[in-house]
Design a protein around this ligand. Structure first.
Ligand code: ADE
Length: 432
């Protein structure tokens, strides 16, 4: 494998690979690193490599001609080559990407600088654009060195032991288990007994569980791609039970005040499926109470009868798990009554979050709302509207309006129970 780095700061790379494992591997000839000064491919006497952007704006853009010449002259005939541009706009560098790149014979790394590079270089020469994270570095050289390090670990022989990059974090999509070495006791903390047992089967099982637990607690997003066996799911269930959610979230299905088709404010009737399905989702996702906001006494009586059937009548023995879900329901005459009840339970007024299929001026995204909820200092009430949506007066007095859910088509007519499930999953999913 050979790396060719195109940069305006070749000095940057003078010492960075001259120690440790990568230096040894380089000395053994497992890969070569060549740096090329892009300035030396400029043909004017000032060795210019950048210019101001067409259309105006701040900063400078790397000119196409020196970069194009540099790429063309570094490509080696007959080698399987990939041209990479380092840029925060690129695909994220992951373990999988590093592994893929290690299979090339030549990697040409174009280190982006200034405001970026002329778009035509991307179009003509660049095969992959890679970012090392969602932050902006002062230059692509840092990213290029991270890419070289991550990729080189997968070149056979670089780590000495062929198997070892495959034991490290992320290989099976899980984080690595905790490691210990001598002494057996340090500052009162002992090495887990199983690791001293010499029983390799038990040690293997312990490590697998610790990996799963760590991934669940620190990077649940990785679980989706992880290669999980049936017994791993069982262990995950146990881990979830031992680490119950710490958020305080309530939901309300609002039947008044909502709009009808003609945008008149009305009271809507209960929909049996909504009540069952939202309460089941609420139970599954850790919601504390599911309020039904319904001022019509007649409608309230109807729901009370339905609930009685499922919770005390024949339905309760036929379907006991339904009882668990429907137990979360409280019927309220108004939203204010629901808010007052939360205040009584929590000792604080909840932040009210409205959901709506229509776009609004100021909205909050799922990840930001999730961060706020999980920070644990506030209680939240999520409002789901029936009919043609919650009345503007409620929308305007809410603390947050959540961004509408949208598929990749122009059809946006989800039932409230579908919308509720999707929103709960986006906010409180265990990620698998
Ligand atoms: N250049 C500037 N910021 C970068 C990033 N985050 N990843 C890759 N290249 C970059």
């Amino acid at each position: 494998m050979r790396y060719d780095i195109l940069t305006i700061f070749p000095q940057f790379f003078e010492s960075i690979f001259s120690f440790g494992i990568l230096n040894k591997a380089r000395e053994k000839g497992l890969f070569e690193i060549h740096t090329h000064d892009v300035r030396s491919f400029s043909e004017d006497k000032h060795r210019t490599v950048d210019d101001s952007p067409y259309g105006g704006g701040s900063g400078m853009v790397m000119k196409p001609e020196p970069l194009g010449r540099a790429i063309e002259s570094t490509k080696v005939e007959g080698l399987k080559c990939v041209v990479i541009l380092t840029t925060p706009q690129g695909e994220r560098l992951t373990d999988k990407v590093a592994r893929e790149l290690s299979r090339y014979d030549q990697i040409i790394l174009v280190c982006g600088r200034y405001e970026g590079i002329d778009e035509r270089i991307r179009e003509i020469y660049v095969d992959r654009e890679i970012s090392i994270g969602d932050y902006v570095l002062s230059g692509g050289e840092y990213a290029a060195s991270v890419i070289i390090d991550a990729v080189s670990r997968f070149i056979p022989g670089v780590l000495g032991n062929e198997g070892s990059p495959y034991d490290d974090s992320f290989i099976e999509g899980l984080l690595e288990y905790p490691q210990y070495t001598r002494p057996e006791e340090y500052k009162g903390r002992r090495v887990p007994q199983v690791l001293l047992s010499g029983n390799h089967q038990e040690i293997g099982k312990w490590r697998r569980k610790e990996s799963i637990k760590r991934t669940f607690l620190r990077r649940p997003d990785l679980l989706d791609r992880a290669d999980l066996k049936k017994e791993d799911f069982q262990f995950l269930k146990e881990t979830r039970r031992q680490n119950p959610p710490s958020f305080r979230v309530y939901v309300a299905l609002v039947h008044y005040p909502v709009y009808n088709k003609r945008f008149k404010i009305v009271t809507t009737a209960f929909v049996n499926l909504d009540i069952h399905d939202i309460s089941r989702a609420a139970r599954a996702y850790g919601i504390k109470v599911f309020f039904l906001v319904q001022p019509s006494r007649e409608q309230q009586r109807l729901v009370e009868r339905v609930l009685q059937h499922w919770m005390e009548g024949p339905g309760s023995s036929f379907n006991p798990t339904r009882v668990e879900a429907l137990k979360l329901i409280r019927i309220k005459n108004s939203l204010d009554e629901a808010i007052k009840e939360i205040e009584q339970i929590e000792g604080v007024r909840p932040k009210v979050v409205v959901t709506d299929a229509r776009p609004r001026e100021k909205t909050i995204g799922y990840s930001e709302l999730k961060e706020r909820i999980f920070d644990g200092t506030e209680a939240y009430l999520l409002l789901f509207g029936t009919g043609w949506g919650i009345a503007n007066e409620v929308m305007e007095s809410a603390d947050f309006a959540l961004k509408p859910i949208e598929g990749l088509t122009d059809y946006n007519h989800l039932s409230v129970r579908s919308a509720a499930s999707i929103i709960l999953d986006r906010l409180f999913s265990s990620k698998i």
